[in-house]
Design a protein around this ligand. Structure first.
Ligand SMILES: Cc1cc2nc3c(=O)[nH]c(=O)nc-3n(C[C@H](O)[C@H](O)[C@H](O)COP(=O)(O)OP(=O)(O)OC[C@H]3O[C@@H](n4cnc5c(N)ncnc54)[C@H](O)[C@@H]3O)c2cc1C
Length: 400
């Protein structure tokens, strides 16, 4: 597809905005769109140090689902999935949203316990979910090896039929185009290097293109939010890690759905163009470099071959990494900070793409009202001192 003109246009920053959003990934762009659409706030700038969606947004493996365990997570991810279901028409942009279903495979007794518990919790929350036997897994995805004669046999799996994938860069452009049409300034090549303050409130940002004043500031700079917040003395409970993915050459359609295996650890779908898209777990060390270690890729491909013997004939074409910020309870932080007029949206770790419309919706509400939407109320920074954690890592054992 030809790049439209507005994608490259970068206006000069104005002296002052009602709201500045730092980071033009999916979250920042969706927030700008919903600020304009839901709240009529259009004197907004999205500041991006690189180019639109040059961070995690166009580096992720595009899995969209809402089958999380806890009520708080189910609330925000299902809100997001419902928005995805109407978004193509609303934004008038075909970003290839495909509800081809997501399978989470079980390989141990503990996986089975976790999966069946989660399916029940999902149903109680009105979210579609089923438990499948190995034979049913093979019906949904015939290329999965369900032989019991492998290191970690498939013992079953959870299945969310409404889940799926979308083309991530198109999603960013769809939100960017609409935000641009509302009059939002999308300013590329504009790095936020510090803040303007007056007592305990922020009044603007210091950038490589000079100071810009703002009524409210929302940080949506995945992987870098803790660095920005630390310049104001706020210590966020975040660690930044590389997260890698890879693609094969273009193949005829062989893989009808999305398969995730936490235990063997690989997740795979086939993009519309034909590449097999595969992701793994995070690299274990902290880093801000958008690259990772080869051994992670090797393990990921070994896992893929065990689950999908047919992939032995595919070739690896390209690998890359993004930088994801993870919290101790594997749930995001969305809301106010100890500094007045400064708001954060961070800690989405390996799973924030699916939340893009949902987080845009609630972060826009938070910025417009100066207080959280009911869906992001539980995702406060304070939960790390009160102990009201939303422990998706320990409970759901499901990444991405
Ligand atoms: C390999 C990989 C696979 C993934 N797979 C999935 C998946 O299958 N499903 C899923 O739901 N999620 C997935 N994720 C996670 C998802 O991509 C992220 O959670 C989500 O994209 C984060 O929000 P964002 O799009 O706004 O981030 P980003 O696109 O990273 O946006 C943040 C932006 O902030 C900018 N920025 C940083 N510092 C500054 C500064 N000082 N000034 C100005 N701008 C700044 C960056 O340049 C960047 O463009 C994956 C991530 C990776 C890396």
């Amino acid at each position: 597809m030809e790049h439209p003109d507005w994608l490259w246009r970068t206006p000069e920053p104005k002296k002052s905005y009602d709201v500045i959003i730092v980071g033009a990934g999916g979250h920042g762009l969706a927030t700008a769109y919903y600020l304009a659409k839901n709240h009529g706030i259009t004197n907004v700038a999205v500041l991006e140090k690189g180019w639109l969606a040059g961070g995690n947004m166009a580096r992720n493996t595009t899995i969209i689902r809402s089958n999380y365990l806890w009520d708080e997570s189910a609330g925000i991810y299902e809100h997001s999935l419902k928005l995805w279901e109407g978004l193509k028409d609303e934004l008038d942009y075909d970003f290839l949203f495909s509800q081809r279903g997501v399978l989470n495979l079980a390989h141990t007794l503990q996986d089975i316990r976790e999966g069946t518990r989660r399916v029940n919790a999902n149903r109680l929350n009105g979210i579609d979910g089923e438990w499948l036997s190995p034979e049913e897994v093979a019906k949904v995805c015939p290329i999965v090896n369900v032989s019991q004669d492998v290191r970690y046999p498939v013992l079953g799996g959870t299945w969310q039929p409404r889940a799926g994938i979308a083309k991530h860069d198109f999603v960013a452009w769809a939100f960017a185009r609409r935000a641009d049409q509302f009059g939002v300034d999308l300013i590329q090549g504009c790095e936020v290097q510090g803040f303007l303050t007056d007592g305990n409130q922020v009044t603007g940002v210091q950038t490589n293109r000079g100071p810009i004043n703002a009524g409210r500031i929302g940080l949506a700079a995945a992987g870098h939010t803790s660095v920005l917040a630390s310049s104001l003395g706020i210590r966020l409970p975040l660690q930044s890690h590389p997260l890698q993915a890879l693609v094969s050459e273009l193949l005829e359609p062989v893989h009808p759905t999305v398969v995730m295996s936490n235990h063997v650890h690989v997740y795979v779908s086939q993009a519309h163009k034909g590449e097999l898209v595969m992701g793994a777990g995070i690299d274990s060390y902290n880093s801000y470099g958008q690259r990772g270690s080869v051994h992670v890729i090797e393990q990921q491909m070994a896992a893929a071959l065990e689950l999908f013997p047919i992939f032995a004939r595919a070739h690896l074409i390209r690998t890359w990494a993004g930088i994801v910020d993870v919290t101790p309870d594997a749930s995001p932080i969305i809301g106010t900070t100890p500094v007045e007029n400064l708001f954060v949206n961070c800690g989405w770790g390996t799973g924030g793409f699916k939340a893009t419309p949902g987080v845009g919706w609630v972060f826009a509400h938070t910025l417009a009202h100066g207080a959280p939407h009911e869906l992001n109320e539980p995702f406060t920074l304070e939960r790390f001192t009160t102990g009201a954690l939303i422990d998706e890592h320990g409970a759901a054992a499901v990444a991405h």
